[in-house]
Design a protein around this ligand. Structure first.
Ligand code: 3HC
Length: 705
């Protein structure tokens, strides 16, 4: 292997180049190379100044995340930073691409920074449950001020380097090859008498003018907006230290808090998610070089809420979309809803009027199926009715180009049955968007029995184009996400009958970190919808013959208590207010229903609520994994984090299960089978769970088949 850091000296300027693809992360070889090169250049009496640049697509993108959680390897990053900062000649960071995390912290230890016009900088550690641990919390406030530094670290957002041009953060924006340009800039500056300057010696600008409650307000804000997260509070403490303590003491606060964050299960969960998201597109039997089909024009069939949201996803990405609905009125309503959504975004300043016009200009309405004839991809998003979907696919098979991909957005029907309606099922797959489709990041890509590899590869690439995270699922009822939802919702309903208060069930789940509990979610989605699906499944013999199953919600739906939309569901809602209120009528109704069904009522504690909601969900996840419906446990985590709001800092349900302990979960399932009865198999452990526990194997290492 060639060495990832190189030193070349020309005309008394040393150029240190980091070349460690893909993103020049600060792995041990990079740290060791940097340290050696900086020391050598600093000690060379012939060298007047040093340029630190990177080869490839980006400046250093941070510490090497794959090294976290492993024993530390010398040299430590702090040693490298000290060598850079203590050099007695100017060191210029030449930034292109993205200088992130430890990468930006390296640059902030240099005496000067120059950047390409499109370079971006950021401290995204919070997204990994960390804080900038290499001086970033102390140095960034000294160059961009406290409010901006705090915002950058709490959001982890990237900032345009050009925004800071001409300040100590970024001295100059340079054109052309950034390495060459930096050398020229440094040579000129040295001739003009440039001397090293250490950011650690600068005062924090505007520190005295901060309102006295500045940090308390920030703490309150993160308690509300970043509920349950550990790192944001630590970031605030570090920046407060930058304001109130001498530099070296501030650095010590940062070091201690960084270690606490690094050792936290939250950071382990978020680091797991970082790699999980990047795994989803890797499909074992589909080579990375599988050719993909160009997707330039898309047709969406059905102008309802889902179809409209899907059309917006493509228009947002600059693709032409034809929205088709055979009813003229429904089509116009759909188009107006889309326009209204865009206009609301514009009113909030998220889009310009020009963006609204451009995006609406990309969406064309049509009332004939022939509107789909020229599309590269057609997505059907009509009512969940197999006969209707098959009719549409039969028609599409005939009128679309032979190479067009045909997708269904079904969430409950069999994709293979739908595909069978076409002559060529290899071009058919499921693209399951989550509502609201233009907002939710998850896209379940359902691979049918006959889906062609290039069709799947094309849709995985397309997911990225439309800023979604695509997760491949096999065909089964509910695919990955909704199938796991079943046990979760079932137990919530059963616990109501057994004596738990709705607000207690929802509180436990909310406190665990989901945006809302299962009952509030039912009220939002509409209890009538769930009742209709249950009725269909019961008729098809696909539900357990348990009279308690869904009983509370079926009764609510029968009474017209459909949830928020009717002002009454499990909870009552005051007009125009989404705040759920306990409704004594519902308490009475549940008590009566329990008596009718012979269910004894008792007190149910928080621990039981949590276990009964989440362990069946995990158990089903294990079945899904064993059946090969999901390719890896981390794919299931991605589905639940991006589709259902499972807290990312818990790493998704499967990572969380591993953290809890698979053996503990297995014991709990057996315990509930004994205490609650297992007539319907609710508590039967997934065979994979038993096997993993018996073999002492980690779930993260398991691959189906
Ligand atoms: N460490 C290890 N691997 C990394 C990495 C890192 N910091 N950043 C990216 N990678 C890997 C990815 O896992 C991926 O690997 P794969 O090809 O095997 O899946 C590959 O690099 C390419 O990454 P992306 O697919 O994300 O490429 P993009 O071009 O879409 O994005 C990026 C590039 C913007 C740099 C993005 O990768 C990114 O945001 N990386 C993380 C940056 C980050 O969080 N830095 C802070 C690290 S913590 C830290 O520095 C602590 C310090 O304060 C002490």
């Amino acid at each position: 292997m060639t060495h990832p850091v190189d030193l070349q000296t020309r005309d008394a300027i040393a150029v240190i180049t980091v070349d460690s693809p893909p993103v020049n992360a600060l792995s041990q070889p990079v740290r060791a190379g940097l340290l050696a090169c900086v020391r050598q250049a600093a000690a060379d009496a012939e060298v007047r100044g040093i340029v630190l640049r990177c080869a490839g697509r980006t400046f250093i993108a941070g510490a090497d995340i794959s090294e976290f959680g492993k024993p530390p390897a010398e040299p430590a990053l702090t040693e490298v930073l000290e060598a850079i900062e203590q050099a007695d000649k100017p060191v210029v960071a030449a930034i292109h691409g993205t200088a992130l995390g430890g990468g930006l912290e390296v640059a902030l230890c240099c005496s000067h920074r120059v950047a390409a016009s499109d370079a971006r900088i950021g401290l995204p550690e919070v997204k990994l449950g960390l804080l900038p641990g290499a001086g970033g919390t102390q140095r960034l406030p000294r160059v961009i001020g406290v409010p901006a530094a705090l915002e950058a670290m709490l959001t982890g957002r990237m900032l345009a380097a050009a925004e800071f041009a001409g300040t100590p953060a970024i001295e100059a924006i340079l054109e052309g090859d950034i390495g060459e340009a930096a050398v020229e800039w440094l040579a000129r500056a040295l001739d003009a008498g440039l001397a090293p300057r250490r950011l650690r010696d600068l005062p924090v600008p505007g520190a005295k003018d901060l309102p006295p409650d500045f940090f308390d307000t920030a703490r309150k804000r993160v308690a509300r907006d970043m509920r349950g997260q550990f790192a944001p509070r630590q970031i605030i403490a570090c920046i407060e230290a930058a304001v109130t303590l001498p530099f070296d003491e501030g650095l010590k606060v940062e070091r201690d808090r960084f270690i606490e964050c690094m050792d936290s299960p939250q950071s382990a969960g978020l680091r797991h998610m970082f790699f999980a998201e990047r795994q989803t597109a890797k499909i074992p039997d589909i080579a990375a070089e599988t050719p993909t089909r160009p997707i330039r024009a898309v047709a969406v069939i059905g102008a309802g809420t889902m179809g409209g949201g899907i059309a917006m996803c493509f228009a947002n990405a600059g693709l032409a979309v034809t929205l088709i609905d055979t009813g003229e009125e429904a089509l116009q309503r759909g188009l107006e809803t889309i326009r209204g959504n865009y206009q609301r975004s514009a009113a909030k300043g998220r889009l310009s009027e020009q963006d609204v016009t451009t995006r609406m200009g990309l969406i064309r309405g049509a009332t004939q199926m022939t509107g789909a004839a020229q599309a590269d991809l057609v997505i059907e998003a009509v009512f969940e009715d197999m006969a209707l979907k098959q009719k549409i696919f039969r028609e599409l098979g005939e009128l679309c180009r032979g190479d067009a991909i045909l997708a269904t957005n079904t969430s409950t029907l069999d994709v293979d049955e739908i595909a069978a309606a076409t002559v060529d099922p290899s071009r058919v797959l499921g693209l399951h968007f989550f509502s609201p489709a233009n907002v939710m990041r998850l896209l379940e890509i359902v691979r049918g029995r006959d889906t062609g590899p290039d069709v799947l590869a094309t849709c995985l690439r397309l997911a990225k184009t439309i800023s979604k995270i695509g997760v491949v699922s096999g065909v089964c009822y509910g695919f990955i996400g909704n199938r796991m939802l079943e046990g979760y919702g079932r137990e919530a309903g059963l616990m109501l009958l057994e004596g738990a208060a709705p607000e207690d069930i929802d509180r436990v789940i909310f406190e665990f970190g989901l945006p809302m509990g299962p009952l509030a979610m039912g009220d939002l989605a509409g209890n009538d919808v769930g009742a209709r699906v249950r009725a269909q499944r019961r008729a098809a013999g696909r539900l357990p013959a348990d009279p308690r199953y869904g009983a509370v919600h079926d009764r609510l739906a029968a009474l017209g208590r459909h949830g928020q939309k009717t002002g009454k569901g499990i909870y009552a809602y005051a007009p125009g207010n989404r705040q759920p209120q306990t409704d004594p009528e519902v308490t009475a109704l549940i008590t009566e229903l329990a008596a009718d069904l012979g269910v004894a009522r008792r007190r149910i504690d928080d621990r039981e609520i949590l276990e009964r909601c989440l362990y069946p969900l995990v158990n089903e996840g294990l079945r899904i994994l064993e059946e090969g419906i999901a390719l890896r446990a981390s794919d299931i985590d991605v589905v639940w984090v991006y589709g259902y709001g499972f807290p990312a800092w818990r790493g998704g349900p499967m990572h969380w299960a591993e953290h809890v302990g698979l053996e503990k979960i297995l014991d709990a399932l057996r315990h509930y089978a004994k205490t609650l009865g297992n007539d319907y198999g609710y508590w039967t452990p997934a065979p994979l769970l038993e096997r993993l526990v018996a073999d002492n194997t980690r779930l993260a290492d398991y691959r189906p088949g």
